[in-house]
Design a protein around this ligand. Structure first.
Ligand SMILES: Nc1ncnc2c1ncn2[C@@H]1O[C@H](COP(=O)(O)OP(=O)(O)OP(=O)(O)O)[C@@H](O)[C@H]1O
Length: 398
């Protein structure tokens, strides 16, 4: 006899979304003639907006070095709602929080409102109603927000003609870092993110994985307390994805607060202490991965017996904890609502009936179960990576 736990996975492809309308462009700053001009254009591209979009975020005074506090910070979003000019309400009363030093995942199917929510938290998109603070800074205070917040959006927005190093130079200038400080941080980040061999190459020569790493590294130049990352691993191969995961774990280890969106349930499960499930613009569930499983997943017991299933089904018929019996090949499968299913009672019943069962397996609820129940839709579930011999135990593999 074997008694064990297992989980299921499935996959779903992402879709596209309509282009931004001018009125809904993320906030950007006016272009100025000098290095700042390039800097703001660069930021605009990072934000996915046009360079002549309305101004809001003021640049640092030249020569001023912004040194953000190293204290951990929290993010609070209070009933954020966004209705685009076309009439689409992409976020409805979205409230979420990230405690200092937490990694928080915003998960949902395509078009659920993840990017819209993150853009509002980043101060890049004005909410129709509601408010948010990052490290106690209101997102409307874009000048101070830029000090405490680092943002890496889905669209990399890198200038294909600029080298990696030039991107760092622009970013350093944007945040008013002195040349010495900027050079030190650039060196550290380039090394940390494995970009040294590519530092002098134009971004046009970067793979998607390298672009993501560069964008993430650039978001850290001013040493922000909080990071907002929109699908940081989208489109990455398993090796690059793993590298990003390790970086996020390291950043959390440094006391930073991270909010990221993903369509990968396993990614959220593995990295996040708190998950927000968004569907149709609304938060439909919040909790730790374990809480979500417990609350929304369905546990099941699978009983495998040799020969006919009839005697086993008859023997188990009276057990109150077993519901929704169904047959699956050589097994009987029951739903069990109890967090601790009484496997012993099942085994005893079968033994008393003289049935020599092959296996009794308890299936623990998966996040996929939770998603399907919450959103009526699937979110991509990809197999966890096989860690190489040098890979740390990043995954909470079952
Ligand atoms: N600028 C815009 N103007 C009008 N509608 C928009 C705009 N941006 C997004 N939407 C719509 O708002 C809804 C939410 O989009 P959003 O990009 O926030 O979802 P998402 O969860 O990030 O999706 P995905 O995972 O596909 O990136 C979708 O219906 C989308 O088509």
């Amino acid at each position: 006899m074997t008694i064990h736990a297992d989980r299921d996975t499935s996959t779903e492809d992402p879709a596209t979304k309509p282009a931004d309308t001018p009125a809904d462009q993320p906030v950007a700053t006016p272009a100025r003639p000098t290095i700042r001009s390039r800097a703001w254009m660069f930021v605009c591209r990072l934000a996915g907006c046009e360079v002549d979009a309305p101004a809001a975020k003021a640049p640092a005074d030249p020569g001023v070095v912004f040194e953000s506090s190293k204290e951990p910070a929290a993010v609070l979003a209070d009933q954020l709602t966004k209705t685009y000019s076309g009439g689409v309400t992409a976020a409805r009363d979205v409230s979420l929080r990230a405690e200092a030093g937490e990694i928080v995942a915003v998960v949902g199917p395509n078009g659920a409102g993840k990017s819209t929510t993150l853009n509002m938290i980043s101060g890049l998109l004005h909410p129709t109603s509601g408010s948010a603070t990052v490290a106690d800074v209101p997102t409307t205070d874009t000048r101070r927000l830029g000090v405490v917040l680092g943002v890496a959006l889905q669209t990399s927005g890198l200038d294909p003609a600029m080298t990696g190093l030039e991107h760092f130079e622009v970013q350093g200038a944007l945040y008013g870092l002195s040349r010495t400080v900027a050079a030190q941080r650039t060196k550290t980040l380039i090394e940390t993110f494995g970009l040294t061999p590519y530092a002098n190459r134009q971004a046009s020569q970067y793979s998607i994985g390298l672009q993501r790493r560069l964008v993430l590294a650039l978001a850290l130049v001013h040493e922000p307390q909080v990071l907002v990352l929109d699908e940081p691993t989208a489109g990455l191969d398993p090796q690059s994805r793993r590298m990003v995961w390790e970086m996020l774990e390291q950043l959390r280890g440094q006391g930073r607060t991270i909010i990221f969106s993903t369509q990968l349930l396993e990614e959220a499960d593995m990295l996040a202490q708190r998950i927000y499930v968004i569907s149709d613009g609304k938060v439909v569930a919040e909790g730790s991965p374990a809480q979500l499983r417990r609350t929304f997943g369905e546990q099941s017991i699978r009983v495998r017996v040799p020969g006919s299933l009839d005697p086993a089904e008859a023997a188990l018929a009276g057990l109150p904890t077993l519901t929704d019996p169904r047959r699956d090949g050589d097994s009987l499968v029951y739903t069990v609502g109890d967090a601790n299913p009484d496997v012993t009672a099942v085994a005893t019943r079968l033994t008393e009936a003289g049935i020599d069962y092959v296996e009794i397996a308890v299936g623990r609820p998966s996040l996929e179960d939770a998603f399907v129940r919450l959103t009526g839709d699937g979110v991509r579930v990809e197999p966890l990576l096989t860690m190489g011999s040098n890979g740390g135990p990043l995954c909470r593999c079952s």
